[in-house]
Design a binder for this molecule. Structure first.
Ligand SMILES: [Mg+2]
Length: 338
């Protein structure tokens, strides 16, 4: 048995896969629909009858998407799984099966990679997702983590970016900017206060809005996406896909008190342009919003209207106002130290 100091290169690929498989919670290892999981040439999964299959894939690369001196390994595993589950949530689908590719240098401690699997496996199990396979490959420098998730949704109940209509309210779940603020604090390496931990946690362990995604179609939501590139980075994607414009009210943005307190000069920019919140952005007919909010509150999801969809007017205009006055903002990702 490898001890705590053993590195990946000290044990074989097959022993590593064996050990990783054993770290997975039972609920992430077996499912009646998965006839063949880890251990054969490929996995075999039977979706529920009549369902469409939804597929998404996303990779995280060391020093591009994460820094090992900012994150613990369990959180890294959580986040790698979360960013993929978030895309499934944004389609209104239920995630079912995942595969994981680990690109490792070999210098990693075996116990660290096991912790990574604990984080990924726990989140998968919490959402009824089976980890049905994957691959381990050697990379020369930077750790690379890839996840593919398969989900299912009834045909005709898929949520896309293209259905927003003039007059619809623009609505966002949870709060905005916490993840980018948390990253800025981690970069600084200083803040150990409760507020600092809250924001860092939002960056390291985002919660995919799976349950919320699954109620949206029934509540007449017209367009949905998840927020990975910041509100001002992502909302234009809905406007272009739907052929509409939008007016956004900056004073209505949901922002944590902790974020306002720790970033008094920047909180609005963090909320507008900070990435990786993994909240759901959606549009809904104005007369359906209260029903939607009521239904969301039953699953402990908070929703905030932040603007309104307008006709295209020859382009996909996005105007910001604050307290009734035009508000100017740069677009693109917000870099706190840029
Ligand atoms: Mg997405």
């Amino acid at each position: 048995m490898p001890g705590p100091q053993h590195r990946v290169k000290d044990i074989g690929e097959f022993e590593l896969i064996d050990r990783l498989t054993k770290t997975l919670p039972e609920a992430a290892r077996a499912d009646p629909g998965v006839a063949i999981g880890i251990g054969d040439d490929a996995a075999v999964w039977t979706p529920n009858a009549g369902m469409s299959i939804v597929v998404t894939t996303d990779a995280l690369v060391e020093d591009v998407h994460f820094r090992l001196d900012w994150t613990d390994w369990t959180s890294l595993g959580h986040k790698t799984m979360a960013v993929n589950l978030s895309d499934i949530a944004a389609m209104g689908a239920r995630p079912r099966v995942a595969t994981i590719v680990l690109g490792l240098t070999g210098k990693e401690l075996v116990t660290d990679i096991e912790a990574l699997y604990v984080g990924a496996g726990r989140l998968a199990a919490a959402h009824g997702v089976v980890i049905a396979g994957g691959d381990v490959v050697r990379v020369p420098h930077d750790l690379t983590l890839g996840v593919t998730v398969l989900g299912e949704v009834a045909p005709g109940r898929v949520l896309t970016r293209s259905g927003a209509q003039p007059g619809d309210l623009i609505v966002v779940s949870g709060t905005l900017g916490a993840s980018a603020a948390g990253m800025a604090l981690l970069e600084r390496g200083s803040d150990r206060s409760a507020s600092g931990s809250l924001l860092a946690g939002a960056h390291l362990r985002p919660n995919p809005r799976i349950a919320l995604g699954q109620i949206l179609f029934a509540q007449s939501v017209t367009a949905t996406m998840d927020l990975s590139d910041g509100l001002l980075g992502d909302l234009p994607k809905i406007l272009e896909a739907s052929g509409v414009s939008a007016d956004l009210d900056v004073s209505a943005l949901p922002i944590l008190p902790a974020l306002r307190a720790l970033f008094p000069a920047d909180f609005e920019q963090l909320a507008l342009r900070g990435g990786e919140d993994y909240e759901l952005l959606m549009t809904v007919p104005a007369d359906r919003f209260e029903g939607l909010r009521e239904r969301a509150s039953q699953i402990a999801a908070t929703l905030t209207p932040i603007g309104k969809i307008a006709p295209a007017d020859g382009g996909n205009r996005l105007d910001l106002v604050k307290d009734g006055m035009p508000y100017r903002s740069e677009t693109g990702a917000f870099d706190h130290f840029g």
